[in-house]
Ligand binder design. Structure first.
Ligand code: KG4
Ligand code: ZN
Length: 352
C-alpha cells in the first residue's frame, strides 16, 4: 500500500511517499524560513504563494526518488487543516487533482492527526496512548484511543509552547524560528539567574498557559541596564525561560499521566510530538515524568517532529487501511480540533 502525502499547512512545503509498513520511500521538503525571516514570523500570503510555486516540483521529486509511478499509488493524502488556509487549499487542491486524474482515493488528513500518529510507525506505539502535542500553533494533551478517536485532557489558554519560544526569542533578538535559537543560547546560560513563574504549576487540570511567563521574561529584560545587555544576559534569560517553561509542561503532563492511567489501565506510552518535541531539555524532563508514571516515552526523530509530509502520508495509510477515504468536495479547514467534544478552554486569550 503506497501513499503520496502532501503537507502545506504552514511554512514547509513537503511531499513524501510511504508504504503500508511505514517505510519512507522518499521525502522532499522545502523550508520557506528564509522567505519569512525578514518579517520575524510567518506571513500567510507569502507562504501560500511559495507552496504554489514549489509543490508540483516537490511532488515530482518525491515520486522520482521513490521510483514509483502514479499507477503504483493506493491513494493520495494531503493536510486539509488546521493551518494557514491559503497553503492548505494549495495542497488539498493538488491532491484532489491527482486523485481525480489517476482515479485513486483521497485522504483529507488533519495535520494534528499527522503529528499524533507519527509514533505509531517510528516506535510501533499501540493505542491507547497519552499524547503531548507541542508545536508553534498547538499545545495539547490528548488520550489517543484510535485513528480519529481523541479525548482532549488539556490545552493552552493563551499561547502555544512553540509560540512562547518564538516570541521570547524575538524579544531577545535571537531571530526566527525561536525554539532552536533559545535552546542554543540556553546551553551556555545560567538557568537559576532569573526566578521566572511556572504557570499553572500545582493547579488542578492539565491546561497550559505561557503568556505570564513571556511577560516575566520581558520585564526582567527591561530591568537590565539599558545599553549593557550582554550575550551572557541573553543566555541566562533563555536558560531561565526554557527551564520555567519545561517545568510548567512537566507538571501538566504529570497530572495528565494520572488521569490517563486511571482511564486507560492498558495504556503504556507517553508520546511527544510537534516541533517543540525537538527540545532536549523537554525530552529529558519528560523521560523522568514518564518513568515515574510507569509509561514508556516515545519521541519521533526530529525531522518527523517538525512539520513534514511523511506523517501526512502515514496518517493517510492508517485511514485508508480502515476505509476512511474522503470525497473530492472535502473543504479545507482553518480550524479542526482533534476532539470536537472538548469544552472550550477558558483563560486570557482563548484558543481552542
Ligand atoms: O510542528 P511545527 O514544525 O510547526 C507547527 O505546526 O507549528 O513546530 C514549530 C515550532 C516553532 O514554534 C519552533 O520554534 C518550535 O516548534 N521548535 C522548538 C525547537 N525546534 C522547533 N522549540 C523549542 N526547542 C526546539 N529545539
Ligand atoms: Zn505541525
Amino acid at each position: 500500500m503506497i501513499v503520496l502525502g502532501i503537507e502545506t499547512s504552514c511554512d514547509e512545503t513537503a511531499a513524501a511517499v510511504v508504504d503500508g509498513d511505514g517505510r519512507v520511500l522518499s521525502h522532499a521538503v522545502l523550508s520557506q524560513i528564509a522567505e519569512h525571516v525578514p518579517y520575524g514570523g510567518i506571513v500567510p500570503e507569502i507562504a501560500a504563494r511559495a507552496h504554489l510555486a514549489h509543490l508540483d516540483r516537490l511532488i515530482t521529486k518525491a515520486m522520482d526518488e521513490a521510483k514509483v509511478s502514479y499507477a503504483d499509488l493506493a491513494g493520495v493524502a494531503a493536510t486539509a487543516g488546521p493551518g494557514l488556509i491559503g497553503g492548505v487549499i494549495v495542497g488539498l487542491m493538488t491532491a484532489k487533482a491527482i486523485a481525480a486524474v489517476h482515479d485513486i482515493p483521497l485522504m483529507a488528513v488533519n495535520h494534528l492527526e499527522g503529528h499524533a500518529l507519527t509514533a505509531r510507525f517510528t516506535d510501533n506505539v499501540e493505542f491507547p496512548y497519552l499524547l503531548l502535542l507541542v508545536s508553534g500553533g498547538h499545545c495539547q494533551l490528548l488520550a489517543v484511543e484510535g485513528v480519529g478517536r481523541y479525548r482532549r485532557l488539556g490545552t493552552t489558554v493563551d499561547d502555544a509552547a512553540g509560540e512562547a519560544f518564538d516570541k521570547v526569542a524575538k524579544m531577545l533578538g535571537l531571530g526566527y524560528p525561536g525554539g532552536p535559537a533559545i535552546e542554543r543560547a540556553a546551553s551556555s546560560g545560567d538557568k537559576t539567574r532569573f526566578a521566572f513563574p511556572r504557570p499553572l504549576k500545582g493547579k488542578p487540570g492539565c491546561d497550559f498557559s505561557f503568556s505570564g511567563l513571556k511577560t516575566a521574561v520581558r520585564l526582567a529584560a527591561e530591568a537590565l541596564p539599558e545599553g549593557a545587555f550582554t550575550e551572557k544576559d541573553v543566555a541566562d534569560l533563555a536558560a531561565s525561560f526554557q527551564t520555567a517553561l519545561v517545568d510548567s509542561i512537566a507538571d501538566r503532563v504529570a497530572r495528565a499521566t494520572d488521569i490517563f492511567r486511571k482511564a486507560y489501565p492498558n495504556g503504556k506510552s507517553l508520546v511527544v510530538a510537534g516541533g517543540v518535541a525537538a527540545n532536549t531539555a523537554l525530552r529529558d524532563v519528560l523521560m523522568k515524568t514518564a518513568t515515574k508514571a510507569g509509561l514508556s516515552l516515545a519521541v519521533p526523530p526530529q525531522a518527523l517532529c517538525t512539520d513534514n509530509a511523511v506523517m501526512i502520508a502515514w496518517a493517510g495509510i492508517e485511514r485508508l487501511k480502515l476505509g476512511l477515504t474522503d470525497a473530492l468536495d472535502f473543504k479545507a479547514r482553518p480550524r479542526w480540533p482533534l476532539d470536537p467534544d472538548a469544552p472550550k478552554a477558558t483563560g486570557a486569550g482563548v484558543k481552542a
